[in-house]
Design a protein around this ligand. Structure first.
Ligand code: DC
Length: 221
């Protein structure tokens, strides 16, 4: 196993933005596991695959190919060769991804895929269960948190920059819904690993959080 930094936390806690910056500064490979669940969700919506249809889900997992690539300074997700980086951030995916991520066959498949992507590399991987489930032996574990309102504000700004139109109210409602779903799941629920460093980012700037994470990583190197 290479050097693994596991970053977990709820939607909008700053995981995406900040882990990317830390990756750049320390030369780590950035892996967004949420994007993997989002690709599966998009495939299921397009192919009208039901959450309870285990046979179809198993068949899908055999036929699906997901790749994460870094191209011209932006992170791209490819689903069976198609660039779906924008499509996987849309409302229909937001609304279903949490339930999709709790289907046991899907979680096992994405956990394996996440480990494979990281194999032999020095990575910073963000998600919900990286420190608890995907890499329980990760050298560094961080748990980022912030209030739901602050997280909705951040997601709103991020979406605006990407040209994605979803209202603040819709975002907040979806964040609260997903928090509840993610934390109460029977399958790898969102929770802080015992040995993770907890950071409440509500009142911190991006720069401050980034510096704090780098400090934690350097202390463990
Ligand atoms: O980080 P995100 O909002 O893009 O993640 C989308 C969903 O995927 C989120 O609701 C929970 C799920 N997820 C997960 O269960 N485990 C992970 N390691 C990453 C994401």
């Amino acid at each position: 196993m290479g050097f693994v930094v596991a970053v977990d936390g709820p939607a909008g806690s700053g995981k995406g933005t900040i882990t990317k910056l830390v990756a750049e500064e320390l030369g780590l490979i950035y892996i967004d596991t949420g994007a993997l669940y989002r690709c599966i969700t998009l495939y299921m919506i397009r192919n009208k695959i039901n959450l309870e249809d285990t046979d179809k889900i198993q068949e899908m997992l055999k036929n699906i190919n997901i790749e994460l690539k870094r191209e011209r300074n932006s992170d791209k997700a490819y689903l069976n060769g198609e660039d779906v980086s924008i499509k996987i951030r849309e409302k229909a995916v937001n609304e279903l991804v949490s339930q999709v991520s709790h289907v046991i066959e899907i979680r096992e498949n994405i956990t394996e895929l996440s480990r494979k992507i990281a194999e032999g590399k020095n990575v910073i991987m963000e998600g919900r269960d990286i420190g608890t489930n995907v890499f329980p032996n990760a050298k560094v574990k961080i748990y980022l948190d912030a209030t739901p309102e602050e997280r909705a504000n951040r997601r709103l700004k991020q979406n605006e920059e990407k040209g994605i139109k979803i209202s603040y109210e819709d975002i907040l409602e979806n964040i609260k819904f997903r928090d509840n779903n993610d934390k109460t799941s029977n399958v790898a629920p969102l929770k802080q690993a015992e040995d993770a460093v907890y950071i409440d980012t509500t009142k911190m700037t991006i720069e401050e959080v980034k510096e704090k994470i780098i400090e934690v990583i350097k202390s463990k190197e």
